[in-house]
Design a protein around this ligand. Structure first.
Ligand code: HEC
Ligand code: HEC
Length: 154
């Protein structure tokens, strides 16, 4: 009985050795001296062992500046910071953009309101359509495109 188990074990070991030798063969054929592929993570080019410099804080256009639209009926970009709270109980964007806001800000588009002057449900979460545009975005991180609507700046 003991001898049979020993025989089985040595057969398994032999099979393992053959498999391992088989696996290592293709690796031996690859050119290990090739330069490493030029890829890096979202973290950038800083090696993991080094502390990457913090990205610059976003800065937004000065007060009174609107960002030109690039096509008709585009949801305008937000020219200021976007992190005003929008919760079930209150929508802080409406403090300034609501119909009865006391601040000199452009009113929320009339299409966003129902007949009773309440925001329509689909327009409540402003940030699902309006996004902020910081001024100091690195041009290298902007994805290029060739979109151009006739009559609008490129
Ligand atoms: C403290 C007041 C205030 C709050 C709160 C505020 N805004 Fe504004 N917003 C303004 C003012 C004022 C302007 C006009 C540009 C300027 O003067 O900076 C503006 C401009 C905009 C514009 C550009 C409109 C256009 O026609 O180009 C959008 C879009 C906008 N805000 C969306 C939002 C959203 C979405 C929120 C909530 C996340 C919000 N705003 C919160 C004051 C405010
Ligand atoms: C479903 C998408 C959507 C959501 C959500 C939305 N908007 Fe808009 N918004 C638009 C579009 C599209 C326009 C452009 C309308 C046009 O010019 O025909 C617009 C226009 C505007 C304008 C410019 C008004 C003008 O007269 O030029 C302001 C200000 C604005 N929205 C504020 C807001 C605020 C504040 C909220 C949240 C309460 C909000 N929007 C939610 C799509 C959206």
């Amino acid at each position: 009985m003991k001898a049979r188990i020993q025989n089985q074990l040595s057969a398994m070991l032999a099979a393992l050795v053959i498999t391992l030798v088989g696996c290592s063969e293709p690796a031996a054929n690859t050119n290990s001296s090739a330069a490493p592929a030029n890829i890096h993570s979202l973290r950038g080019k800083t090696p993991v062992t080094e502390q990457a410099p913090a990205p610059a804080l976003a800065s937004y256009p000065g007060k009174g500046t609107m960002i030109a639209r690039t096509y008709q009926h585009q949801p305008p970009l937000i020219p200021h910071k976007p992190d005003y709270p929008i919760t079930m109980k209150r929508n802080m964007c409406q403090n300034c953009h609501g119909l009865d806001a006391k601040i000199d800000a452009p009113s929320t588009h009339y299409s966003h309101f129902a007949d009773d002057s309440e925001l329509k449900g689909g327009f409540y979460f402003c940030n699902s359509c309006h996004v902020a545009q910081a001024e100091n975005v690195e041009s290298s991180s902007i994805v290029g495109n060739q979109f151009h609507a006739p009559g609008y700046p490129q």
